[in-house]
Design a protein around this ligand. Structure first.
Ligand code: MOS
Length: 718
């Protein structure tokens, strides 16, 4: 093979790294425009009710204030397809922290001060808002479908009969809290409504009316939403988002500040309007991972083969968008079992809607399922890896379709070997001073959904090949990997290829979401490269250009595609403080072909870090009286810091999946987080004998568990 032919799969530093470390990569808010204005939103202080009056006189009187926007003077827009975006339309509030007004001024300080002067009066129900989570509430309803595709109720076989007659049976109640994404770069945007275009408007009716620099997972979403709302053609809305400082799902779909900022720009043509949400504003109105309450029951025969998988999910949903994570997804596809039941119930509340957050559904559901599997292994006295191996399904248990590829067994056995998994027959026997030590394992999976085709264009110019598409690099390495894929397909060194992504001035591509970017976009790049060579040969003329789209193998609907993994954790639990320290984490993955070991490792380590953080720390407290998040900043909501993350390593199978298109790569953006909390919880059990079924595993939960389980090991050992 030539050097070029081995380009794919080769370790490559990020091509955007020099710009990022030198501070020269422009993030949305940093785009320099002449004489910008600054927008500060005013958020509702009630969770439901009517706005009876807005007094903006004092704010308007502040020198430097250009505009105070309320439902009274906001531009009338077409009804958006995303209901949260119907903002500043009516004098009403649907959740605590909804945007009810916005102030635009010539400095951020002035805007913030003037926003504090806007007085909003509400008529709120005297009983208060309905924001209290209660699985027994009479308004709780079963769901027929989840996210439009997953069954809300699904039963195969006599689950209750199997549970009643099983040789082994476990049942547990599990809980996961609200989590917020907390990317380092806040939601931010600059909107410029182009001043009267003059004769150009008639000569070029499609010319750009609105330019937006925005932080998102794909320019197509804000482009479509804004064009629809303002009655423009998509081509009249330009979105520029080359660099994004993290997202994890929260920037997948536009949030209300995008509409409000564009409305302000509409009223102030020719002036750039900038917004950057504060951390508390992000906690209020940019989505979150909803809390869950789950019940999982498993039945197994004498040999540890599952006879029943029973998974009930309860979740609160917003009345604005009934967002529910597909939490029971893992119970549909992870293990073979002759009987199976999945059911969801939801409670509608006066809260803002949840949204995608890294591995939505799998993260919460796998915590319950993989903890239950550990409980079953303990109940049987069976090795937890062996128990999982005995329940490997030949084909997808739900659909009966064959796997495109499934290397769970390798992930478990290779991972256990590399990590050195050794659990104790009797928990509590390993200690270092006050620290009890233990190890745990959990499996992970994440579906590989196609999100439709993307387009890629390759142009030869200035002696280089430019690959352009609307793809988005939210920290994943897409800038680098797409260029690598093109270089290999064109059979040229990578330095002759340049990616241009993150702008609407490029062919359409799906957003960076659902772990689909690398294989979906990558397939389009390979197709475009092959078409380019077919059309223009190996010595193309300046300006030669070709476009092509994602192509998946014929018959792909007949197979089930998933990424898999196994997570391993070693923990130390203080019998004095109840603190849990994660000493080591290892993950072994089936991610198809690995396109770039460096960026892949970074993705997986990032996912595992987030899993560690969710296992030990992250929890947003919604005040049950008022509906706001109480700990709405990074002081109150701890995200794992360097000191919390001691030793995380990853490995992989690396086997290309023939059903993933030309790259053979599976998506690895999400599978890295999935099994981590269960692996850590299972390690806590191995260390202490305490079974924790609620995230996060805080010192209080550990101490309470010790209290309710009798004397702590300290009392018995000393
Ligand atoms: Mo994501 S949670 O794939 O937007």
């Amino acid at each position: 093979m030539s050097d070029a032919a081995t380009e794919q799969g080769r370790d490559r530093a990020r091509v955007d790294a020099p710009l990022k470390v030198s501070g020269l990569a422009p993030y949305a808010y940093e785009h320099e425009l002449e004489d910008p204005l600054f927008l500060v939103p005013v958020l509702s202080t009630v969770a439901t009710g009517a706005i009876t009056g807005i007094d903006a006189e004092a704010a308007r009187a502040v020198p430097g204030v250009a505009l105070v926007l309320t439902h009274e003077n906001a531009p009338r827009l077409a009804l958006p397809t995303i209901p949260t975006l119907a903002v500043l339309r009516k004098p009403r509030v649907r959740y605590r922290g909804e945007i009810v007004a916005a102030v635009v001024a010539d400095s951020l300080e002035t805007a913030r001060y003037a926003a504090s002067l806007v007085r909003v009066d509400y008529a709120a129900p005297p009983s208060g808002p309905d924001v209290r989570l209660d699985p027994e509430d009479p308004g709780v309803r079963p769901l027929r479908r989840v996210m439009g595709v997953y069954p809300g109720q699904h039963t195969v076989g006599d689950v209750d009969g199997e549970l009643a007659g099983a040789a082994y049976r476990v049942e547990g109640h599990y809980a996961t809290p609200v989590n917020h994404h907390n990317p380092i770069e806040p939601h931010s945007m600059v909107a410029l409504w182009h001043a009267d275009l003059g004769p150009l408007a008639t000569v070029q009716p499609r010319s750009t009316r609105l330019t937006v620099w925005d932080s998102n997972q794909g320019v197509v979403a804000p482009q479509g939403v804004l064009a629809g709302a303002f009655g423009l053609l998509p081509t009249q809305v330009e979105v520029i988002s080359p660099y994004v400082g993290g997202s994890f799902g929260t920037k997948g779909m536009p949030h209300p500040h995008v509409m409000v900022t564009a409305m302000a720009a509409r009223k102030l043509p020719g002036r750039a309007v900038k917004v950057a949400l504060t951390r508390p504003q992000m906690f209020a109105g940019t989505g979150y991972r909803p809390e869950t309450r789950q019940r999982v029951a498993l039945a197994a025969d004498e040999q540890g083969r599952l006879r029943a998988v029973d998974h009930e999910v309860f979740a609160p949903v917003s009345r604005v968008i009934p967002w529910v994570d597909p939490t029971a997804g893992p119970s549909l596809s992870m293990y073979a079992s002759p009987t199976r039941r999945v059911s969801y119930r939801a409670q509608h509340l006066d809260i803002g809607p949840g949204t995608f957050m890294r591995a939505p559904g799998e993260y919460t559901g796998m915590f319950a399922l993989e903890t239950a599997m550990d409980e079953l292994a303990r109940e049987m006295g069976m090795d937890p890896v062996e128990l999982r191996l005995r329940n490997e399904p030949e084909a997808d248990p739900e659909s009966g379709r064959p796997w495109s590829s499934r290397h769970v067994a390798t992930c478990l056995t290779e991972g256990a070997r590399i990590f050195g998994l050794e659990q104790q027959q009797q928990p509590g026997g390993r200690r270092e001073g006050e620290w009890l030590l233990g190890m745990g394992v959990a499996s992970a999976s994440f579906p590989q959904m196609g999100m439709g085709p993307s387009l890629a264009r390759i142009t030869f110019t200035g002696g280089r090949y430019v690959v352009s598409m609307q793809a988005s690099d939210i920290g994943t390495g897409a800038w680098t990997v797409l260029a690598q894929i093109a270089a290999q397909a064109l059979d040229v060194p990578q330095d002759q290829v340049e990616a241009r992504i993150g702008t609407t001035d490029a062919p359409y591509a799906i957003i960076a979401g659902g772990s689909t970017g690398t294989f979906g976009w990558g397939s389009a790049v390979v197709e475009a490269a092959q078409a380019f060579r077919a059309e223009h040969g190996s010595d193309p003329a300046e300006g030669a250009t070709t476009r092509a789209r994602t192509r998946m193998p014929q018959g792909v609907r007949g197979v089930r595609r998933m990424a898999f993994g196994a997570h391993f954790a070693e923990v130390a639990v203080s019998e004095v403080s109840g603190e849990v320290r994660v000493r080591r984490l290892y993950g072994h993955f089936d991610g198809g072909r690995i396109m770039n070991p460096r960026t892949a490792r970074s993705q997986l380590v990032g996912g595992m870090t987030m899993g560690l953080s969710g296992a030990l720390f992250e929890e947003s407290y919604r005040d049950p009286r008022f509906g706001h998040v109480v700990n709405a900043d990074l002081a109150g909501y701890h995200v794992a810091a360097h000191a919390d993350v001691v030793d995380i390593e990853v490995g992989w199978v690396g086997e290309p999946d023939p059903w993933m298109g030309a790259t053979g790569a599976k998506g690895i953006g999400e599978v890295g987080i999935v099994g981590v909390p269960a692996a850590i919880g299972n390690a806590i059990f191995d260390a202490t004998g305490l079974r924790l079924r609620e995230l996060p595993f805080t010192p209080v939960k550990v101490l309470e568990a010790w209290e309710s389980s009798g004397p702590a090991p300290a009392a018995t050992v000393r």
